[in-house]
Design a protein around this ligand. Structure first.
Ligand code: AVJ
Length: 325
């Protein structure tokens, strides 16, 4: 309890480092071992993810961009005139730009929300140049928690949420429901929500997408250990851990793990962690939904499914929801 009170006084960067340490130690002392997937995205991890989106086996980003480009005008029609567009976990705003081009004239504001403040401030400056009439109002926040919208977004005729990238797949289904509830509270009456998500499909396609031949996904996974070594004084030897990724059919998710190739002890932030030979750290779940299963989840927390679009192979979907009264 004392530690929690003191931490409140720390700078944001220190507070984030502390959350990382707490979450990593808690996860590595748990059985089975796990680390939250959000910690993949340090500078190196973000660059590796960008490279993943370009490997031939990883289809989601290309599919989503194709759907957005093809249906931007239809999606824009669902945006009420004078609305504010709020993007959850906006990153580089690459996908939002497609919507902004199609809907800029009817939007009162664009509110990119991301945990990485530096990234969105930089992006905001570029968006202001490219869309001079649009108010770009970035918010630095963890999208899993409640946060305040800027006044101009609260005063807009309505708020439209945008959650692309199948980021929703990183949540446990109950967390995804929690996120949707949080989004409903933040966006309020008359809200529309646009979600991009990866569809359930053949295990072969999924297994290939998370085990690319160039090994970029393996590097992305192992980079988590590099980050722990650097930021938390870890002693992970990277050549003694191996990337494992597979589709878990029963749970509709791709799991990523890091498997210890031998029995060993590793130090992290002064603690000793024991590994059995073959024991894994579960580093990510990437849940796959059908239009029906995501609709059911959303309905449960008050969002009514509206239009949905998919690519020709039905690999990926973009679906819109309207907040019920
Ligand atoms: C960014 C969460 C959508 O789950 O496919 C890519 C992350 N992990 N390859 C996904 C990821 C391994 C990605 N998301």
């Amino acid at each position: 309890m004392v530690a929690v009170v003191t931490r409140r006084r720390l700078s944001q960067q220190q507070a984030e480092a502390s959350a990382f340490e707490i979450d990593v130690l808690e996860g590595l002392h748990d059985i089975p071992k796990h680390v939250p997937a959000k910690y993949f995205y340090d500078a190196a991890g973000s660059r590796l993810f960008e490279r993943i989106t370009e490997v031939p086996e990883y289809y989601p980003t290309r599919c989503e961009l194709r759907i957005l480009r093809q249906h931007a005008a239809d999606i824009a029609k669902l945006i009420p005139s004078g609305a504010a567009l709020v993007e959850f976990g906006s990153g580089s705003s690459r996908k939002a730009r497609i919507l902004l081009k199609a809907a800029a004239s009817k939007l009162a504001a664009y509110v990119p929300v991301d945990i990485c403040g530096e990234m969105i401030e930089q992006e905001a400056a570029e968006l202001r140049t490219d869309f001079p009439q649009l108010k770009v109002l970035p918010v630095t926040a963890d999208i899993c928690n409640p946060f305040e919208l800027p006044a101009a977004a609260k005063d807009a005729s309505a708020r439209v949420g945008f959650f692309p990238g199948s980021t929703i797949g990183n949540f446990e289904p109950h967390e995804a429901a929690g996120f949707l509830r949080n989004a409903a509270n933040i966006l309020g009456r008359g809200a529309v929500l646009i979600i991009g998500f990866d569809l359930v499909k053949s295990a072969d396609v999924l297994n290939a997408a998370y085990n690319d031949a160039q090994g970029v996904t393996a590097q992305f996974n192992l980079n988590l250990l590099t980050r722990i070594n650097r930021e938390l004084g870890g002693t992970f030897q990277l050549d003694t851990f191996e990337h494992h990724a597979f589709y878990n059919r029963e749970r509709h998710r791709v799991e990523m793990h890091l498997a210890s190739l031998k029995r060993q002890k590793v130090k992290v932030a002064g603690d000793t962690i024991d590994f059995r030979a073959g024991e894994t750290i579960h580093t990510e779940n990437s849940y796959k939904y059908s239009i029906e299963s995501l609709s059911a989840l959303a309905r449960g927390v008050g969002w009514l499914p509206a239009a949905a679009w998919t690519d020709s192979r039905k690999y990926f979907a973009m679906q819109t929801f309207i907040l019920g009264a």
